[in-house]
Design a binder for this molecule. Structure first.
Ligand SMILES: [Zn+2]
Length: 417
């Protein structure tokens, strides 16, 4: 009886220590570089506890001392950070035309980046092989990094079920059915894998690595061939009842508008996606509108893509500029709805449209200024992502890191008990 009580007491002590380790790691991650004294003050844990946990984490190699902080008169205190090279995460993004991969360290620094294009007509087997190959190539780049990979995060430009890692069919990818991506990746590499929608990943990246790490309510608008929206409310990702929240591209803006891939007409996506702008450019050129796009594409209008439209607009081409200006106003209309509906602190725009940011921002802001309700508008900052086109990739690795950190205290406790 006595020994049972002791065991139960021991177990709850061990759980408490695990919890405290989590608290210390979270504080270092958030506020690094930081002293032990600051950790104690900010977490409410005693200095002795913080000191003991710091020693454990330093011995493990997860944190390291990177210098001394000047203190008012007393001995300078050591300052700590997460040791970036303790572990690495692979991020992979499947967009509608390419597969991109990165390796980042624990502090979010990108060590390597790569991408391969594919054709949307390719079958799912071929595409899956390309995804696996891309990850293999990334992993095999460095022996030093290879041994320390903690997992693989995948961001998909379509609907996914993050609970089981299934990527569901989406109209932009031909032949892409229900794919158990998580299982396929875990079986292939023997590493933890997390699958997320790319707009949600981008929102997580803005929350963790974006310009204002203290913003609690963030909307990440991802614009490419489709329009995605990642919603962070009170610092948590909101995914809805079945994980599909944020299908912002399919709100109706013109009931007489063009047919959308979803089957409805006049969705925002048909007026503000990169594909819609490319199609508009092509149809204007068919009507003999003068534009430098013709020379840029060697008179082959099938070669025109969104990047070409960006470049010609920045060089002063009137058609391209007007198309982007119109795209900006359409996006602005959608963003007005988001501001009125969700009262966010920040709306951060990214994705394939990033190359046109200098042209798009003004019409977006003009529409927001004119049409959004005054109270939420005054609070909402609308801007392009500081993470450039990397936001989706940077966000893909975050759930993997969270999984790694959440499992760590248990491992430490088991080893030392
Ligand atoms: Zn639609």
């Amino acid at each position: 009886m006595h020994s049972m009580e002791k065991t139960s007491y021991g177990r709850s002590q061990s759980r408490l220590r695990q919890h405290n380790i989590n608290v210390v790691i979270a504080k270092i991650k958030q506020d690094q570089p930081i002293t032990k004294r600051e950790i104690a003050t900010k977490t409410g844990l005693s200095f002795a506890k913080v000191n003991s946990i710091s020693i454990t984490l330093t011995n493990l190699g997860l944190i390291n001392e990177i210098g001394k902080a000047e203190s008012g008169g007393g001995r300078p205190s050591a300052i700590y950070q997460i040791n970036p090279n303790f572990g690495y995460t692979i991020g992979c993004e499947l967009s509608h035309k390419k597969i991109s991969t990165i390796i980042v360290d624990l502090n979010g620094k990108i060590h390597s980046k790569n991408s391969v294009k594919f054709d949307i007509q390719e079958g799912k087997e071929s595409l899956l092989l390309k995804i696996l190959d891309s990850i293999h190539i990334e992993i095999d780049k460095s022996d030093k990094i290879k041994q320390k990979i903690i997992g693989i995060g995948i961001a998909v430009a379509g609907l996914v079920n993050p609970q089981n890692g299934m990527s569901t069919p989406f109209p932009h990818l031909v032949n892409w059915g229900d794919i158990p991506l998580k299982k396929i990746i875990e079986d292939e590499f023997g590493l933890f894998c997390y699958v997320e929608n790319v707009a949600n990943s981008a929102a997580l990246a803005e929350l963790n690595y974006g310009v204002k790490k203290n913003a609690d309510n963030i909307l990440a608008v991802n614009v490419g061939s489709g329009l995605g929206l990642g919603i962070v409310l009170n610092r948590s990702l909101y995914i809805g009842a079945t994980g599909s929240a944020g299908e912002f591209g399919h709100i109706t803006v013109d009931e007489n508008g063009p047919l959308c891939m979803c089957g409805n007409v006049g969705c925002l996506e048909t007026m503000a996606s990169t594909t819609s702008v490319v199609n508009r450019a092509k149809s204007m050129l068919d009507k003999q509108v003068v534009s430098s796009l013709l020379t840029m594409s060697d008179n082959d209008i099938d070669r025109i893509d969104f990047k070409m439209i960006c470049e010609s607009a920045l060089q002063g081409d009137k058609l391209s500029f007007n198309l982007l200006d119109e795209m900006g106003r359409n996006l602005g209309e959608g963003i007005v709805t988001l501001i009125n509906l969700l009262n966010p602190q920040m709306i951060i725009i990214g994705g394939e449209i990033f190359c046109a940011k200098d042209i798009l921002l003004q019409p977006i802001l003009t529409v927001v200024q004119k049409r959004a309700l005054e109270i939420p508008r005054k609070k909402a900052e609308v801007m392009f992502s500081a993470l450039g086109s990397n936001a989706g990739l940077m966000g893909a690795v975050i759930p993997v890191m969270e999984h790694f950190y959440s499992a760590l205290p248990k491992q430490i406790s088991t080893e030392t008990d």
